[in-house]
Design a protein around this ligand. Structure first.
Ligand code: CAA
Length: 258
């Protein structure tokens, strides 16, 4: 499928999806979101893809939902259409791991998109924020919910109430991002992490993603039980035999996703 607002490249079993609306700092309009969710669903269903990276430009991962497109909408329309509910749900349904590689601005819906990915690697120039308050609204795709779980109430309140931006150093210190790298190393670092994931047993990878995500939806005891059951279940796979045998034989494992 040919896209106008994103580019997709597949190499080494990794789909690299680049948001590409440079004139609007990759603002998430309906067309871009439609293409992004289609590309993600495609990648999820493509046997050649084992991990996904979403990135933007050097200046902006995404500067938020498209303000021009939203500005004329009224309550009845956004409520009736359930604005942003569908893309948010579709992204959360993707079972393959998604890494957000963030350079520059990740604001509003851009920050929320990055947080909807499985983890975030960012460049030293990254800036995260939920500035919707400056527009007379609040975040609508997780900026008050996911951000609070990631960085705690105080910082989430600060960012949502004042609209201030968080730089890369603070984002790493606060647990919003997993790694900060120089801008020139962002894509190599994200691709190298994605390739590592792609080399693992995809059964174990899916289980790990499901188990970590479950921690946000349940009590500690139920989460631990869920994790233990998935851990037990993986002993039914050939990849568990192969992974452990390879360790004992001091060789690289050859996983077959079985
Ligand atoms: N929507 C639409 N267009 C946007 C945009 C957005 N979110 N962000 C930037 N653009 C456009 C600008 O309008 C401008 O277009 P023109 O050249 O046609 O005027 C172009 O991108 C470049 O932007 P700036 O000239 O503003 O660039 P800058 O370097 O001076 O500033 C910025 C960069 C600080 C990111 C600034 O663009 C900005 O504040 N953007 C808006 C950020 C924002 O409020 N995001 C939240 C959106 S609401 C939301 O996301 C709701 C939700 O939770 C779902």
């Amino acid at each position: 499928m040919a896209y106008q607002n994103i580019n997709v490249e597949i190499s080494d079993n990794v789909a690299l999806i680049r948001l590409n609306r440079p004139d609007a700092l990759n603002a998430l309009n309906s067309k871009l979101l439609e293409e992004l969710t289609a590309a993600l669903a495609d990648a999820d269903g493509n046997d050649k893809v084992r991990c996904i990276v979403i990135t933007g430009s050097d200046k902006a991962f995404a500067a938020g939902a498209d303000i021009k497109e939203m500005s004329q909408k009224g309550f009845v329309e956004v409520y009736h259409d359930n604005l942003f509910a569908a893309p948010a749900a579709e992204i959360s349904e993707i079972r393959k791991p998604i890494i957000a590689a963030v350079s520059g601005y990740a604001l509003g819906g851009g920050c929320e998109l990055a947080m909807a990915c499985d983890f975030i690697i960012c460049a030293e120039n990254a800036k995260f924020g939920q500035p919707e308050i400056n527009l007379g609204v609040i975040a609508g795709i997780g900026g008050t919910q996911r951000l609070t779980r990631f960085v705690g109430k105080s910082k989430a309140m600060d960012m949502n109430l004042t609209g201030r931006f968080m730089d890369a150093e603070e984002a790493e210190r606060s647990g919003l991002v997993s790694r900060v790298v120089p801008a020139a190393k962002l894509i190599p670092e994200a691709m190298s992490a994605a390739k590592k994931i792609a080399e693992r047993s995809q059964i174990a990878v899916k289980a790990a993603k499901e188990a970590v995500n479950r921690s946000y939806e349940t009590t500690l005891q139920e989460g631990l039980q869920y994790e233990r059951r998935l851990f037990h279940a993986l002993f039914a796979t050939e990849d568990q035999k192969e992974g452990m045998a390879a360790f004992l034989e001091k060789r690289e494992p050859q996983f077959r996703d079985k």
